[in-house]
Design a protein. Structure first.
Length: 288
């Protein structure tokens, strides 16, 4: 009998009948160090590996749960946006890809907003979900971003955005690229209202999102060891014909070269956001 079988048998004696977990969801293999971690332990540790501190990718539900004060989170209904405007088809129809992504994540698209409180301060938070078609930016993401800005202005609250994306959504062509200037105008609306725009860069953030609203914040925070890039490492190396540093396009590299303001561990992020929001809101109130 193997060691794993002994563990399973021991667990079956303490887990109530009908609530037993399968080996597939009982353990999680860390992508950073390869250690097998109990799923429950990983969840309690905010999906951060207790061995190597690798930050797993998480979606809107998990972000809202640990960021907002208990009982204050109120998700915003996703805005309506045209679906499959180009009638796009590659190996699959675009509408079929959308259906599969919605079934997998339980969300309408890759960007979700919620309003609530962090340490008693009003805030609107937008989270990009990499699990939904790689967090790709299409018309629905652009509409959701603008919805978040409008909600922040209505609440007179800062807007905090968590980015995670492979870039623009190719199935929507030029319409996806148009979300870059639209989001830029929305950020200017937020500034005109005297409200802070804070960006938290998570793994990975790249492409058109990195070239747009991901790098237009008043404050840029990143999670540790996140991949942050406009284009791929190999493309850059082939273009400049030079070998890039091993830590190139990581949060730490960006911090060292002055492109972001801070790298914050997930367990400290809620408190750090509260501090930043308090400082920026006080500064803007004084300026007003």
């Amino acid at each position: 009998m193997t060691w794993l079988s002994n563990v399973r048998n021991a667990l079956s004696a303490i887990v109530p009948a009908g609530k037993q977990q399968t080996p597939e969801n009982l353990w999680h293999k860390c992508k950073g160090c390869g250690t097998m971690v109990f799923t429950k332990e990983l969840e309690e540790n905010l999906h951060v590996c207790p061995t190597c501190d690798h930050h797993d990718r998480i979606g809107p539900a998990e972000r809202f749960a640990y960021l907002f004060d208990e009982g204050t989170a109120h998700p915003l209904a996703p805005p309506k946006a045209p679906e499959d405007p180009l009638k796009f088809r590659d190996s699959k129809r675009y509408v079929d890809r959308l259906k599969a992504a919605r079934a997998h994540t339980g969300e309408q698209d890759a960007f979700i907003n919620a309003r609530g409180l962090i340490h008693g301060r009003k805030v609107v938070i937008g989270v990009q979900d990499f699990a939904f078609m790689g967090g790709s930016m299409g018309q629905a993401v652009g509409e959701a971003f603008i919805q978040g800005v409008e909600a922040a202005i209505a609440d007179h609250a800062p807007y905090v955005v968590f980015t995670a994306s492979g870039g623009a959504r190719m199935q929507e062509g030029i319409l996806s690229l148009m979300q870059m200037p639209r989001s830029t105008v929305a950020i200017q609306m937020l500034h005109d209202a005297g409200l802070p725009y804070i960006v938290v860069l998570t793994d990975p953030t790249s492409g058109g999102v990195m070239a747009a609203y991901a790098m237009l914040g008043d404050i840029h925070i990143a999670e540790p060891k996140a991949t942050l890039a406009f284009t791929g490492r190999r493309v850059i190396e082939n273009t400049i014909r030079e070998k890039l540093p091993d830590d190139f396009q990581t949060s730490e590299y960006y911090l060292e070269h002055g492109m972001i303001d801070m790298v914050v561990h997930r367990k400290d992020l809620r408190d750090r956001l509260a501090s930043v929001i308090g400082y920026l809101c006080a500064e803007r109130s004084a300026a007003a």
